[in-house]
Ligand binder design. Sequence first.
Ligand code: NAP
Length: 445
Amino acid sequence: MTHHDYDLIVVGAGSGGVRAARIASELGARVAICEMDRLGGTCVNVGCVPKKLFVYGSHFAYDLNDARGYGWSGEPSFDWRRLLENKNREIARLNAIYFELLERAGIELFRGRAELVDQNTVRIEGAERTATRILISTGGRPRRPDIPGAELALTSNAVFTLAALPKRMLVVGAGYIALELGSVFCALGVEVTIVHRGEEILRGFDRDLRCHLHNELEAKGVRIVLETQVEELRKRGPSIEARLDNGDTLETDFPLFAIGRTPNTLGLGLEALGVELGTRGGIVVDDDYTSSVPSIHAVGDVTDRVQLTPVAIGEGMHFAHRFFGESEFRIDYRNIPTAVFCQPELATVGLTEEEAWHHCPDVRVYRSVFTPLKLAMSERKERTIVKLIVNAEDDRVVGCHMAGHGAAEIIQGLAVAMKAGATKAVFDATIGIHPTSAEEFVTLR
Ligand code: NAP
């Protein structure tokens, strides 16, 4: 049998890669990991974590205003640079934790760009190392528009190092990143305009929630332009002018494109080895995360499937157990809960009403729109929506949706109930916690 330097070399130390490396190492494999950037990948450095810190930071704009209704007074002030510095410090702390985790697990870390030389050899900064298996977990990067002036377009990465708040921001797209960052900057006083090619924001989510959120975002001051595309960006003095396909132009300081993410497969030498890539450049893998070359595997965003951190982590665990252990850990892609941390936040698990009508012979829909008690004494008129979708044939709850304060925390719990196969009767038999927004889910009749 050929001797290799390692049992596993992981290329990319993000959420999926690090988890796979750690589990494989715990299971006795000799593991190395390489990373050309900071440890932790998109989630830790330019994604979930700094975004959520920005969400918390910006939301105080509303909370401090609400506080007046509760007797508080005084003029709070906001310091963008302090938020940025504290965010950077927290991210550096997480980078260090990732380093310690790898070190403690006995995983060798190589810094630098990796390239595959053959199906068992990785070249990192000129040095070649071999492994029985290679796992590609290089993630993705924001997609850039293909329009004249595209070089003027900024992507979500730029937001996390922005020196000063812009006055006006143009956000193109109406998915996760567009709405999350659009909400953050709107709360911080930036004039935000969202330009979206579709007929409503958040394609793929439940229509009631899409419309609800559209209204709530507009009520907060976000301008939403639908069925419109940006055709060109042009420098105009200190500003940037966007030419729209409806004939209008729009001046902005910060054109942010949030139009999806592209898998990081370029420059890895994959095509030369015969690794099959999908139409959008993602590595095609089977149910065990093996590519068309049996010793080369891939998990996470680089496979261009479900682009969510917990999914990448689950895939990394599945891969490590499958090839270095004995247990049959499998990730279940059904009913993945997810949240969009816009303001108000939206969270969902299971089928939308539209999907349920497609999949179930008969459907019952329960819905409630209300003002949460916390806002009863505030000037904020934000409404919360909760919605349950039930398969009328067997009474099973097949979809839970919410937009409003705490939606992500609440839906996470309901996702467990749905995994356990809860029926509407089980929801009805559950005692509510009063007064909460969550209790609405067990009092819907
Ligand atoms: P996204 O959620 O897929 O949204 C992309 C948006 O851009 C959609 O509104 C899409 O419109 C639009 N779009 C796509 N191509 C376009 C084009 N050529 N011109 C104009 N508009 C275009 O993508 P994202 O917001 O960039 O985020 C990427 C992924 O990261 C997400 O899908 C998600 O999986 C993950 N993510 C998750 C979280 C979270 O868990 N909270 C947060 C951020 C990101 P259509 O609807 O018409 O296609």
